[in-house]
Design a binder for this molecule. Structure first.
Ligand SMILES: Cc1ncc(COP(=O)(O)O)c(C=O)c1O
Length: 479
C-alpha cells in the first residue's frame, strides 16, 4: 500500500508533501523524535512513502518553514529544540481529559522506568546479586544445551518438566494438584485474566478485597466486569461473613482474593479463614480466583499454605508467578484452575499461545536443581529485614499520627497518613522531588484511601533511600 492509497490527507485537498510533513510532525509532537534528534534522510522518506526525492525535500522544506526542523549542511534534517515558550506550562493548560483509573495508573507507573527516581513505587524486591548471577548461569547453560527447544514455540499448556515441578510442590495440599491441572502462563496477570474469563462474562459482578492490587481493578474494569469491594482487615483479610452473604444471594459471580502477603495490606489469612473460604466457594459454587503471586514471600513457614491447599471441590483457581520472587521480566506464571481447567486451557490456546520457551526451560532446571528453595530462604530473610528497617524509618521521618503495620510477607508498606494529609498530593509532590510512591486511592475502584500511600520496601535502606524517605516525611508534614 502506498501513501497515496493510505493517507486520508492525500484524498483531502492539499499536497502530498504536506501530508508527509504532517506525519513527521505528529511524531515530533508526541516525542517519538526528540528535540535535537536526526530525522530520516530524504532518501529514506522517499522510500518509506514511495514518493520522489523531490517531494521528500519539499516536505522537509515545509517543516523548516514551520520552524520545527533545521537543516545542517551535509548532515541532514534535525528536530529543532523547543523554545522556552513552546513548552507546555503545566498540565492545567491542556484541554480537560477524562481520567479513567487505567490512564491514572499508567501515568503513576511511568516514573518506575526513570533512572533519576528513587524507586519506592512498584512492588518488587530488588534482585540479590548472588541469585541473579546464579540464575543467569542456569539461563546461559540452558540456551547452550537446548538451542532448538529454546528457539521453538512451547506447547500452550507449558513445558511439562516445569509443570511437574510445580505440581510436586502441592503434595502437602489436602487435594494436591496434578500435572494436568497445572498450566503455564505469561506471568500471574495472564493466569488471573484467563481465570476470570473461565468463570465470568462481561457485566458480571466480581468481589474483591478492599483495598486490592490496582492491576486486578484494571483487569476487571477494562473487561467490563463490575466490582464489589468487600471490607478487608489489615490482620486477617477479607470479611468472610460479608463475602458469604454475597455468595449466598448470588450477588457475585466470582471473587479475586489473596490469602498470602496481600498487596497492599501485607496480611496473611489465618489457616481457619483460608479453609472456610475454600469451603464457601465449594458450597455456594462461586469460584475463588486466588492471587498467590506473593505467596513465596510469607515470612512464617507455618502460614504459607494458600487457600488452594484446602480446596476439596476444585472451586479455587490458583494463580502465581516467578515475578516477585525471582525474575519479573521472565514473564512466567502458572495456574491451577481446578474444575475450570478445561475451559482455562481452551482460552490459553488463543491468548498468548505459549509463555517464553527459554525462560520455561531455565525455570524447570532451576527448580530441578533445588536452587529455588535455597534462594527463597535468603530472599525472605533479606526482605523481612528491609521491610522492618523501612517501617522504622517511615515512623521516624513522617509526622506524628502516621501508622504502618508490620506485614507478614511481601515488601510493601501501607502507610496511614495523619489526619488531613492527602495521599494524592503527597505522591505528586514526591514525584516532583524524585521519589516514586503510589497513592492509596488506586487500590480502590471507588477512590477510597486518600489518606494512605504505598511504599515499596524491596530495596535495602541505602543512604539514597533514607534521604528519599526523610524528604517524603517532610513533604507529608506540608501536605
Ligand atoms: C498482587 C499482584 N498480582 C499480580 C501482579 C503481577 O504479576 P506478574 O508480573 O507475574 O504478571 C503483581 C505485581 O505487582 C501484584 O503485586
Amino acid at each position: 500500500m502506498t501513501m497515496r492509497d493510505q493517507h486520508p490527507l492525500t484524498r483531502a485537498p492539499g499536497a502530498l508533501y504536506e501530508a508527509i510533513a504532517e506525519r513527521v510532525l505528529a511524531q515530533i509532537r508526541d516525542g517519538t523524535f526528540a528535540p535535537g534528534e536526526k530525522l530520516p534522510s530524504v532518501r529514506e522518506i522517499a522510500a518509506t512513502f514511495e514518493v520522489s526525492v523531490n517531494t521528500a525535500v519539499q516536505s522537509y522544506r515545509h517543516l523548516e518553514r514551520l520552524e520545527v526542523v533545521d537543516v545542517r549542511p551535509r548532515q541532514g534534517y534535525f528536530v529543532r529544540a523547543l523554545a522556552e515558550d513552546d513548552e507546555p506550562s503545566d498540565d492545567h493548560s491542556r484541554a480537560p481529559v477524562r481520567i479513567s483509573l487505567s490512564e491514572h495508573v499508567l501515568r503513576l507507573m511511568e516514573p518506575h522506568a526513570r533512572k533519576d527516581m528513587v524507586r519506592l513505587g512498584i512492588a518488587l524486591p530488588a534482585p540479590r546479586p548472588g541469585a541473579l548471577r546464579r540464575f543467569n548461569r542456569v539461563l546461559t547453560d540452558t540456551a547452550r544445551r537446548l538451542p532448538m527447544e529454546s528457539w521453538d514455540y512451547m506447547h500452550p499448556d507449558g513445558h511439562l518438566p516445569l509443570r511437574r515441578q510445580l505440581a510436586k510442590r502441592t503434595l502437602g495440599f489436602e487435594n494436591p494438584a496434578g500435572v494436568d491441572d497445572t498450566l503455564i502462563t505469561s506471568g500471574c496477570m495472564e493466569a488471573l485474566w484467563l481465570s476470570l474469563r473461565a468463570v465470568s462474562r462481561p457485566g458480571d459482578v466480581i468481589a474483591v478485597e478492599s483495598p486490592t492490587y490496582y492491576g486486578v481493578l484494571l483487569m476487571l474494569g477494562t473487561n467490563d466486569r463490575k466490582v464489589l469491594e468487600i471490607a478487608t482487615r489489615e490482620d486477617t483479610g477479607i470479611d468472610l461473613d460479608v463475602l458469604e452473604q454475597a455468595m449466598a444471594t448470588r450477588r457475585i459471580k466470582a471473587c479475586v482474593v489473596s490469602g498470602n502477603a496481600q498487596n497492599p495490606l501485607g496480611f496473611t489469612m489465618p489457616e481457619a479463614s483460608k479453609r472456610r473460604l475454600a469451603e464457601l466457594a465449594g458450597r455456594y459454587d462461586v469460584p475463588v480466583i486466588e492471587n498467590d503471586v506473593w505467596g513465596g514471600t510469607v515470612f512464617d513457614a507455618a502460614q504459607r499454605m494458600p487457600v488452594k491447599a484446602f480446596d476439596a471441590h476444585g472451586a479455587v483457581l490458583y494463580c502465581s508467578s516467578f515475578s516477585k520472587v525471582l525474575v519479573p521480566g521472565g514473564r512466567v506464571g502458572w495456574a491451577m484452575p481446578g474444575r475450570y481447567s478445561r475451559r482455562f486451557r481452551e482460552l490459553k490456546r488463543f491468548s498468548t499461545i505459549a509463555a517464553p520457551s527459554l525462560m520455561q526451560l531455565t525455570l524447570a532446571s532451576w527448580l530441578q536443581r533445588n536452587l529455588h528453595e535455597e534462594h527463597l530462604d535468603v530472599l525472605r530473610r533479606d526482605i523481612r529485614r528491609q521491610v522492618e528497617d523501612m517501617r522504622r524509618l517511615i515512623l521516624a521521618a513522617f509526622p506524628s499520627g502516621t501508622r504502618v503495620r508490620r506485614p507478614s510477607g511481601g515488601c510493601v508498606l501501607w502507610v496511614h497518613l495523619p489526619r488531613g494529609v492527602d495521599g494524592r498530593r503527597l505522591t505528586s509532590d514526591a514525584q516532583a522531588a524524585g521519589v516514586h510512591v503510589f497513592p492509596g486511592e488506586v487500590f480502590s475502584a471507588q477512590g477510597r484511601y486518600r489518606d494512605r500511600i504505598r511504599i515499596n520496601a524491596g530495596n535495602p535502606v541505602s543512604p539514597e533511600v533514607r534521604e528519599a524517605v526523610v524528604a517524603l516525611g517532610q513533604l507529608a508534614g506540608g501536605c
